[in-house]
Design a protein. Structure first.
Ligand code: AKG
Ligand code: FE2
Length: 225
């Protein structure tokens, strides 16, 4: 049995070790660059996917998309207006990509949640939020059984967006315009394994065109066994 998960709001030795090993692995990869922001660990790989993979993932998203949901009860219906879908991790098309992301970060695949495809049409957005969990929220007791705190986030960008749709970290001070084939990864924790509020981020509204991305969140412990 997995050991109990750590308090999500406090420093954690397990999450600190996890954070550091992933950051070191990414920093050592010549295909990966680190964004020059001091308050958060943000990395990117410009050519992680092939064009054929981008196309196949876009097709999957178009086939299965439905209105996106949120774990927290955001009172504002405009909060997350994209459409999304879970991607079957064991399907022959998804599994190699899923495992390549885990390998890039050096995280065992069971720590990763199912990849989630997202599509934003003009006007659609995902307002500023943190990916990490808070212990005072109604969802938290369930999360203790499902791998605990979210540590790293990886995002795949699948297409060129005519206008808008950047991923914006207003507090860390970085804005990432979508570009096909790119993987972006950031650590939602500080080096001590506590949540890093500077990772606040937003999927800014698409103003022209359509944006397709895939998000994958990694947990401190296995998400499935
Ligand atoms: O679409 C984006 O740029 C951000 C998506 C995001 O923050 C998420 O899926 O958690
Ligand atoms: Fe997010």
């Amino acid at each position: 049995m997995a050991r109990p998960v750590d308090n999500p709001d406090l420093p954690s030795r397990a999450r600190a070790a996890f954070s550091q090993s992933v950051a070191e692995r990414l920093a050592a990869n010549p295909a990966v660059a680190q964004a020059k922001v001091p308050s958060a660990q943000v990395f990117y790989h410009l050519d992680f996917l092939t064009d054929a993979e981008c196309e196949a993932l876009i097709k999957l998203i178009d086939r299965h998309r439905r209105p996106s949901t949120l774990l927290s009860d955001a009172p504002d219906p405009e909060y997350r207006t994209s459409e999304s879908c879970d991607m079957d991790r064991f399907s022959p098309m998804v599994q190699p990509i899923d495992e390549r992301i885990a390998d890039l970060l050096g995280i065992a695949p069971p720590h990763g949640e199912t990849m989630q495809g997202q599509r934003y049409a003009p006007g659609q957005q995902f307002r500023a939020h943190h990916d990490y969990f808070r212990g005072d929220q109604p969802y938290w007791p369930r999360m203790t059984q499902e791998g605990g705190q979210r540590t790293w986030t990886a995002m795949l960008y699948l297409n060129e967006v005519e206008e808008g749709g950047a991923t914006w970290f207003p507090q860390a001070g970085i804005k990432i315009p979508p570009r096909p084939r790119m993987l972006l990864a950031w650590n939602n924790m500080k080096p001590d394994g506590s949540p890093n509020p500077m990772t606040l981020h937003e999927g800014t509204a698409v103003t022209k065109g359509t944006k397709y991305v895939v998000t994958k969140w990694f947990r401190e412990q296995p998400w499935y066994l």
